[in-house]
Write a protein that binds this ligand. Structure first.
Ligand SMILES: NC(=O)c1ccc[n+]([C@@H]2O[C@H](COP(=O)([O-])OP(=O)(O)OC[C@H]3O[C@@H](n4cnc5c(N)ncnc54)[C@H](O)[C@@H]3O)[C@@H](O)[C@H]2O)c1
Ligand SMILES: [Zn+2]
Length: 363
């Protein structure tokens, strides 16, 4: 077991501050960390059957080792199950376990489990404590930090939710060994996004080490995950409720979301964001915000990591529909995140014409 790389990142939010612990093979220390960060005696471990089979045993052992009572709750973790029906099942299980405000919910899984367990803990008894134990790279650097929780409605993704900060985020990088490669790459898209909007030194580091990083080389990976968590923590600390700065995290997401929905959610979110970032960077250059060199560096890094960068060829009309621009709203502006240079981005209100010009895809 390798616990040498253990480090922590603070998410500073006044009384709602918490630590993100990053380590490898660190299950043993999870129980003691929960005792330190909550006053709870009972832990509800929410996970999916698949992830449970892989990781529940060492987690429960660590918790029981410090005298915490554990109750296991299984729930399917496909995104199509991220809905109010699943949340309702969680409430039933919480009641059955006689959960009260001194009970803590622990989400063991990817963003789907984290978002559902987080939302259930945000709303059950008007809020009970919550711990994130992310097992996908995307959840480690993105979904588990910042307190956004929620579920999908039939009409759209993430339409119901709440801000509910966790008491602790516990990352065990060893869990990535069982994660399918496509899911690993999806996490790298958000890692590259954090670097390109916020930190050119980190971007340069990624340019040097990306091949080792996507191969999950422990030393390289732990440094990269740590820096990426720091960036997310910094942005969230400065703008918890997404009034301004936090919107920068939507870089690549306007077109990324459109591609996801046009592809009927068969493509992974991170892969769509990779394509969306290249597109956003190209638009930034065309509109005079960024240099062609910056676009080239971003595209090159994404492609070398193994992520896609080419826009799927749906008609322009379909893209406009997908980003919510109907005929009546042609005149209204879209808050679009543009790249200014590597390590710097800003949000600008752009007309749909500027985001998706007539010449779109006629290259
Ligand atoms: N709250 C936020 O701020 C935020 C941010 C980004 C995304 N999200 C949400 O997160 C969700 C996506 O999360 P995700 O990308 O983590 O994917 P996910 O939770 O859908 O998990 C992807 C797949 O990997 C499997 N899996 C998870 N960990 C594994 C492991 N260690 N080994 C083997 N298999 C494993 C899961 O069972 C699932 O099949 C979306 O619903 C999205 O809306 C939320
Ligand atoms: Zn994203």
């Amino acid at each position: 077991m390798n616990t040498a790389v253990h480090s922590r990142v603070r998410v500073s939010l006044a009384s709602r501050s918490y630590d993100v612990h990053i380590g490898s093979g660190n299950w043993e220390k999870l129980g003691p960390a929960i005792i330190e960060s909550t006053r709870s005696e009972k832990v509800l471990v929410v996970t999916s059957p698949e992830i449970g089979r892989l990781y529940r045993r060492p987690v429960v052992k660590s918790l029981q080792g410090v005298g915490l009572k554990c109750k296991r709750i299984d729930i399917p973790d496909r995104d199509r199950n991220k809905n109010l029906r699943s949340v309702s099942r969680l409430y039933d299980a919480f009641l059955e376990a006689e959960a009260d405000r001194s009970t803590v919910v622990l989400a063991l899984g990817g963003g789907v489990i984290g978002d559902m367990a987080g939302f259930a803990s945000a709303t059950y008894l008007r809020g009970i404590p919550f711990i994130q134990v992310p097992t996908t790279l995307l959840a480690m650097v993105d979904a588990s930090i910042g307190g956004k929780t929620g579920v999908n409605l039939r009409q759209g993704k993430n339409l119901v939710g709440s801000f509910h900060q966790p008491n602790l985020v516990w990352i065990n990088l060893e869990t990535l060994q069982s994660l399918p490669r496509a899911q690993v790459l999806a996490g790298f898209a958000e890692i590259i996004k954090h670097a390109v909007i916020w930190d050119r030194t980190h971007f340069r580091e990624l340019e040097k080490t990306i091949l080792n990083a996507v191969d999950l080389e422990p030393k390289v990976l732990s440094g990269i995950v740590r820096r990426s968590c720091e960036i997310k923590a910094e942005v969230v600390s400065k703008d918890e409720n997404e009034q301004g700065l936090r919107m920068l995290l939507n870089f690549g997401h306007t077109i990324g979301h459109a591609i996801e929905s046009l592809g009927k959610y068969k493509l992974l979110h991170g892969h769509c964001v990779a394509i969306g970032m290249v597109y956003a960077a190209e638009r930034s250059a065309a509109l005079g915000y960024a240099s062609a060199k910056a676009v080239h560096r971003l595209r090159d890094l994404l492609e070398r990591s193994g992520l896609p960068s080419e826009l799927p060829r749906y008609p322009r009309r379909s893209y406009l529909d997908a980003i919510g621009v109907d005929k009546k709203r042609r005149g209204s502006k879209i808050n679009f995140v543009v790249l200014e240079r590597i390590g710097k981005a800003k949000t600008v209100p752009l007309s749909p014409m500027k985001v998706l010009p007539q010449s779109f895809l006629k290259r």
